[in-house]
Design a protein around this ligand. Structure first.
Ligand code: 0WD
Ligand code: CA
Length: 375
């Protein structure tokens, strides 16, 4: 049906400052809710005193008791998202203005493509004049790895959540019990609960509504949510040679895209050694990362990562996607194959019905159909 070369660039990098529309969350039992106030009461707050760091905490400690949500319950869940969107629209009495509605992680894949060309398969489903974009969950397979490598990957995954547990409080500092602050290293690590922020942003004329997971509040949470008060937490191996520096740059670039898309202003990296002990912590502002990447003088084989190039590409892709016919209820596949120099768009009529069931809850369809089109 069509394609876009990955060398395509828009003239402008003018992105609208992301504005949070509402939030929702998943609780410790894995149950999604639509109540924004409840989610705001349960969002974690960043708090990592130097004293804790001086003890070089073990990020692998307690791995045997990890409360890990089963993979099949941890997919990007459109039903949960659209149920929350419906509740928000009912409260304000209007449809959310948007050209594209999707998850932030999907847009991260698009933004980072020029410097990290990983294959993906997305589905684009027009409904009510808007494009809903979903990832093909069945393709989220992993390459086979050795037992040792798997153990290392599992430990790193656990270590990331352990770092979150050590670096955040379950509520504001002043509302925490002393034990909640001081006994965090003994707390069971879990990835059941999740706080999701839904923001409106866009490039040029294309308006996007993105839902993305947020780790914690950086300082305080204003009445009307401004995503600049959030922080993203990450862990990485300490950087001790140029090769590791190049690897870390790529991670930092992906983290920049992830945060930039939601308007999150702080990134906190916890650096661990080969024994999974936390050695130090560094805070980056999202805005400074493009400068760091551009000016970092390390020996490298490839060209430095330029975030502006990524944004011009993102602008070109969104503009191209926004031209898809949204009036007819068709279904499309947007694919990037390994080694390709373009994204291809094709119609997938045979998947139309299944995709619509996967994406749209009945209540949302009924709600939108009953809304007058001019509000
Ligand atoms: O394949 C899955 N199970 C995925 C689930 C892939 C992508 C997203 N998700 C879920 C998330 O858990 C969340 O509920 O979708 C929702 C929205 O996600 P998003 O913000 O659009 O996702 P993204 O930006 O890709 O990732 C944000 C966080 C990750 O944080 P880190 O710091 O690791 O980037 O979502 C989690 C993870 O905590 N997450 C995953 N958890 C388990 N398996 C995965 C995954 N494959 N991908 C992201
Ligand atoms: Ca994180």
């Amino acid at each position: 049906m069509g394609s876009i070369a990955i060398t395509a660039r828009a003239d402008t990098t003018a992105l609208k400052q992301p504005k949070e529309l509402f939030v929702f969350d998943r609780d410790e039992n894995g149950k999604w809710g639509t109540d924004a106030e409840e989610a705001r009461r349960r969002v974690p707050y960043y708090y990592l005193p130097d004293l804790l760091l001086e003890q070089k905490p073990d990020l692998a400690a307690g791995i045997g008791t990890f409360r890990k949500i089963p993979e099949e319950l941890n997919r990007a869940d459109f039903h949960a998202f659209l149920a929350a969107l419906q509740r928000h629209e009912q409260q304000i009495g209007a449809r959310t203005k948007a050209d594209i509605v999707t998850f932030r992680g999907i847009m991260t894949k698009l933004v980072t493509l020029p410097y990290d060309p990983q294959p993906f398969c997305l589905y684009i489903v027009p409904f009510d004049g808007q494009l809903f974009i979903k990832i093909d969950d069945s393709l989220q397979t992993r390459n086979p790895v050795s037992e040792k490598q798997q153990l290392h990957m599992d430990t790193c995954e656990y270590g990331g959540y352990k770092f979150e547990t050590l670096a955040t409080l379950p509520k504001k500092w002043g509302e925490c019990l002393r034990t909640e602050i001081e006994q965090r290293h003994e707390k069971t690590v879990s990835n059941y609960s999740q706080y999701i922020s839904v923001v409106r942003s866009g490039v040029g004329k294309v308006k996007t509504v993105l839902a993305g997971e947020v780790d914690c509040v950086w300082d305080y949470l204003p009445e009307s949510g401004q995503p600049k008060h959030y922080a993203e937490l990450k862990t990485s191996r300490i950087v001790t040679n140029p090769n590791q520096a190049v690897t870390f740059e790529k991670k930092l670039f992906k983290t920049w895209a992830q945060c930039f898309l939601l308007g999150i202003s702080k990134v906190v990296y916890g650096f661990r050694n080969d024994d999974y002990l936390l050695e130090n912590v560094e805070v980056f502002t999202t805005d400074e990362i493009p400068v760091l990447l551009k000016e970092n003088k390390i020996p490298r084989k490839s060209a430095p990562i330029l975030c502006t190039q990524s944004l011009k590409w993102y602008g070109a892709v969104l503009e191209w996607l926004s031209k898809i016919d949204r009036l007819e209820e068709k279904a499309f596949r947007l694919e990037f194959k390994q080694g390709d120099s373009k994204l291809t768009l094709s119609e997938v009529p045979e998947q139309n019905e299944t995709l619509r069931k996967e994406i749209f809850p009945e209540g949302f369809v009924a709600w939108r159909r009953n809304l007058p089109t001019d509000v």
